[in-house]
Write a protein that binds this ligand. Structure first.
Ligand code: NAD
Ligand code: LIP
Length: 532
């Protein structure tokens, strides 16, 4: 990537390899793919299998759909605005980007440490491009290079918090990063101050009240708070000469909003409810509406039902992107991989007990039942698709016992202890018990996901498609289910299935991006190594 020149206040000038010219790692030689300075266009044959039931048999018919994809190659200057910027995740991801941008190394008790983006699927993983013609050797490329994506070092960062601490003070409060590293980014972080935010006390734990000294005053009625946030987004975009802003909720977990016919069930009713200052409209939904109106993709990193039906309909009407819910960072990420392996190995999982304790402010907020309930839902539904897909092991409606327990233990801070037991039936009446102790440094695991969500959401704003008989290119559906790999409870377009299996989620992300440059899905068939 081209060097990321810095502006005086630590912001980059947004010059990246992609926006400074097309220094792509690879090109696709194919009559179906064309490159110009501004665009990559590809004609992609999407192959699926249509299944029809015939008595107690199935008939499977291969289907082909030809899609035209178009990718804008110029990345532009991108802003990331975090709601809850002064929290553990917000301060950690900000410090991490500053450290990477400056290539910092710092001393620790175990010796020197260098900046990196480990834990980011976009910045830390690879994908198979193909096999070398002469040797048959597998060629893998950095995930980030499959399409012209924004580099996290170039992100201009801002956001809101109900706590008025500047980012250096908030980073100290978070107690996540090494003092040596904190001292190296302190000056830049001290110049960053969260904007006042929307605060409706009833939606988060009462124990959060004492930090709420940076709130937008006045009634929430007459769209006042929506308009205030819209102006914040416009001002941020203008003051940094941004081409695009992506907004993420990494603020506290809210209680669920009741879905009330006539209040939040449709877009029109939701706008009326906001106009009236209805008590059942949450701060996160107010942010979502403001972002849709500013065409700023909005992603919910927490488990509450921000996207009530009216909010989804509103986003669809405006063709704006939304995504969520709840970062999938440690205990649940492991669960969605392990359960996928066990069930697909024909092992009948019969019980999952999932306990953790943590001592950060998130844990304190979750010590309040209504906020815990939001998290319990997102952590509990993560195995449903894998269980339902295996009717050999499970009868209709049968599923493993599954309990979720979260306890607040201040002593362990951000270093959550996850203790899980997976109990399963195996061959001839046997049992397998997998017991796991998983220390998750929660903010260091969540921060790379925040980066991935921003990079991929921004990428989706530059991808459009049409079917061959169509005239105009259009964007993907407003609900970005492509983000599911980073999320516990993936939001999907209404009426479409939820996929939680980690491997399937990554496969979808990888293969959709491959299709945008005319490449077929990654196949592990390697027939070239079997048929000769
Ligand atoms: N591994 C992880 O850390 C992880 C994984 C999944 C989900 N999450 C979710 O991410 C969120 C943030 O986690 P955290 O550890 O950074 O929590 P945190 O409590 O440290 O940070 C949340 C921040 O949000 C602020 N806030 C609360 N309400 C706000 C509002 N209406 N507007 C603006 N700011 C507001 C708080 O003042 C606080 O600074 C939580 O909801 C958590 O459940 C975290
Ligand atoms: O590790 P994970 O399950 O993906 O996610 C975490 C939970 O385990 C933890 O209980 C909660 O406090 C964090 O906010 C986060 O949701």
């Amino acid at each position: 990537m081209a060097p990321h020149a810095e502006e005086p206040n630590g912001y980059t000038n947004g010059t990246t390899a992609a926006s400074a010219g097309n220094k792509d790692l690879f090109t696709v030689e194919s009559p179906s793919v064309t490159y110009t300075d501004d665009e990559i266009k590809s004609k992609y044959v999407y192959r699926t299998t249509s299944v029809a039931k015939n008595g107690d048999k199935y008939v499977a018919t291969p289907k082909e759909t030809v899609y035209d994809f178009k990718v804008e190659r110029k990345v532009g200057k991108v802003g990331m605005m975090l709601v809850g910027w002064g929290g553990n995740n917000g301060t950690t991801v900000t410090a991490g980007i500053i450290a990477n941008r400056r290539g910092l190394t710092w001393d620790t008790r175990e010796g020197p440490r260098a900046s990196n983006y480990y834990g980011s699927v976009v910045m830390g993983s690879t994908m198979k491009l193909g096999t070398e013609a002469k040797t048959g050797k597998e060629i893998n490329i950095p995930f980030h290079d499959v399409l012209p994506m924004v580099h996290p070092n170039d992100l201009v960062i801002g956001g809101w918090d109900i706590s008025g601490l500047n980012l250096a003070e908030a980073m100290d409060r978070a107690a996540v990063l090494e003092p040596t590293l904190k001292s190296m980014v302190k000056k830049e972080m001290a110049e960053m101050k969260p904007l006042p935010s929307v605060y409706y006390p009833d939606f988060i734990a009462a124990n959060q009240g004492e930090r709420a000294n940076n709130v937008i005053e006045g009634s929430k009625a007459s769209m006042a708070h929506v308009e205030h946030l819209r102006k914040d987004i416009r001002d941020f975009k203008q003051s940094h000469s941004l081409d695009k802003v992506i907004v993420q909720w990494t603020a506290n977990t809210e209680r669920y909003a009741d879905i009330i016919p006539g209040v939040n069930d449709t877009a029109d009713n939701l706008l009326k409810a906001i106009e009236q200052g209805h008590e059942e409209v949450s701060p996160s939904t107010v942010f979502a509406i403001a972002c849709v109106l500013e065409n700023a993709p909005f992603i919910n990193g927490s488990p509450q039902n921000t996207f009530v039906p009216g909010a989804i309909e509103f986003a669809e009407k405006h063709g704006a992107f939304i995504g969520g819910d709840d970062f999938k960072s440690g205990q649940t990420k492991m669960k969605s991989a392990l359960v996928d392996f066990m069930i697909n190995a024909g092992i009948k999982l019969t019980s999952i007990s999932s306990y953790n304790h943590l001592g950060n402010n998130d844990g304190m907020n979750l010590s309040s039942h209504k906020q815990f309930r939001s998290k319990e839902i997102s952590k509990s539904n993560v195995v449903d698709d894998m269980v339902e897909a295996n009717n050999v092991l499970y009868k209709e409606g049968e599923h493993p016992n599954h309990c979720v327990v979260i306890k607040y233990m201040p002593a362990v801070g951000d270093n959550k202890r996850a203790l899980d037991e997976y109990y399963a039936e195996i061959f001839m009446g046997g049992h397998q018990t997998i017991s796991m102790f998983n220390v998750c440094e929660d903010s260091l695991l969540a921060s790379p996901l925040i980066i991935d969500l921003v990079i991929i959401a921004e990428m989706m704003t530059r991808i459009s498609w049409k079917v061959d008989d169509g005239k105009d290119y259009k964007g993907f559906h407003s609900v970005l289910s492509i983000l599911s790999y980073m999320l516990k409870a993936p939001l999907t377009p209404p009426g479409t299935p939820v996929v939680n299996a980690l491997a399937k989620q990554r496969g979808a992300l990888t293969n959709i991006f491959r299709a945008c440059v005319g490449l077929q899905p990654e196949s592990d068939m390697t027939l070239e190594h079997k048929l000769f």
